[in-house]
Design a protein around this ligand. Structure first.
Ligand SMILES: Nc1nc2c(ncn2[C@@H]2O[C@H](COP(=O)(O)OP(=O)(O)OP(=O)(O)O)[C@@H](O)[C@H]2O)c(=O)[nH]1
Ligand SMILES: [Mg+2]
Length: 334
């Protein structure tokens, strides 16, 4: 089960109250104030962890509370602080307020932290209120209020290359041919039901991440098929591979490409402006010459590169990955 959005409630711990106390010692008749400060309340902290892959944990647990700070005590004893509550989330988690679209945080790096609810501060004990003219203060502060709120978590996977195309275009087969991932592959549409990431080892020290998502069909932006909800997982990629099945003679390849392009456009979020490589797939099968020429010409018109591949025989894979690497390296240099 893959879950990529959640709404949770977080409450930090209240601060502990300051104490009111006076020193009592056998031979000191009038001891001064010695009430210690309260401890601060625990924070609720989100931490990005690479081992966490989805937001599934929030399906079962939706409410999180850190512990309170303890009250201060006599003899200037400060109360113990509340313990912070750490909530692990996947890399790529966007934290949003309950309402509105302005993110509070975007957790994209391992161990990156964000305090979603701040613990109340500890109140001051009466010892702090002592002054030359005020020798026996009875003032103290209560502990500070803790923050509490609902937040929304949105997972947007972090990948360098996104695979898009109609169902059956060969996206998952390509991912399994070039990466360590083993997505499900089958000769029917909508085999892929959730995004899958794979790491491509390009050379010894260089690797990049490819995201395979469910196929798109006409009307996906209106919810047809599996809809276009998974496109958010390619929003952060730097280049898209748009796969077109060369062996499919049902409709012209350009018509099929345009169907997907319309869906990318309708989705928005800059997807249709992303660099793209058009990829003719399954070239080991019988391929109509004119159809492929048409596709090539279309790519040229649009000013994008075209590659023909077979994930089955590995033809053209190296050239395709090289193209991806060119895009990625270019960005790194700039
Ligand atoms: N001969 C041949 N068959 C291929 C090739 N690539 C994919 N296929 C076949 O095409 C079918 C669909 O492949 P998938 O990789 O599941 O396609 P997909 O684009 O991931 O499909 P969805 O997940 O449904 O969107 C499977 O039967 C694959 O074996 C190829 O290079 N050559
Ligand atoms: Mg698939």
């Amino acid at each position: 089960m893959f879950l990529d959005s959640a709404r949770i409630f977080v409450r930090a711990g209240h601060g502990g109250a300051g104490s009111v106390s006076f020193r009592r010692e056998k031979y000191v008749p009038r001891g001064g104030p010695d009430g210690g400060d309260g401890g601060r309340g625990g924070n609720v902290i989100l931490v990005a962890r690479p081992q966490v892959r989805t937001l599934i944990a929030f399906r079962y647990k939706k409410s999180f509370e850190a512990t309170k700070g303890h009250n201060g005590q006599g003899s200037l004893k400060t109360g113990a602080s509340g313990r912070d509550l750490i909530i692990p989330v996947p890399l790529g988690t966007v934290v949003l307020p309950e309402e509105g679209d302005v993110p509070l945080a975007d957790l994209v790096e391992a161990r990156q932290r964000f305090i979603v609810a701040k613990g109340g501060r500890g109140g001051r004990g009466n010892a702090r209120f002592k002054s030359a003219t005020h020798q026996a203060p009875r003032e103290f502060e209560p502990g500070g209020e803790a923050e509490a709120r609902f937040i929304r978590l949105e997972l947007k996977l972090l990948a360098d290359v996104g695979l898009v195309g109609l169902p059956n275009a060969g996206k998952s087969t390509l991912l399994s041919a070039v990466s360590n991932a083993h997505p499900k592959i089958a000769p029917y549409p909508f085999t892929t039901l959730r995004p899958v990431l794979g790491v491509v080892e390009w050379s010894h020290h260089r690797s990049f991440v490819v995201a395979d998502i469910p196929g798109l069909i006409e009307g996906a932006h209106e919810g047809v098929g599996l809809g276009d909800q998974f496109l958010k997982h390619v929003e952060r990629t730097r280049v898209l591979f748009h796969l077109v099945d060369l062996s499919d003679e049902a409709a012209s390849p350009t018509a099929r490409v345009q169907t997907v392009e319309r869906e990318l456009e309708a989705y928005g979020a800059g997807l249709s402006e992303k660099p793209v490589v058009l990829v003719g797939t399954k070239c080991d099968l019988t391929v109509a010459r004119e159809a492929e020429d048409e596709l090539r010409a279309y790519a040229q018109d649009r000013g994008v590169s075209y590659c023909r591949i077979s994930a089955a025989t590995h033809d053209g894979l190296k050239a395709l990955l090289g193209k991806a690497w060119d895009f990625l390296a270019e960005e790194e240099d700039s």
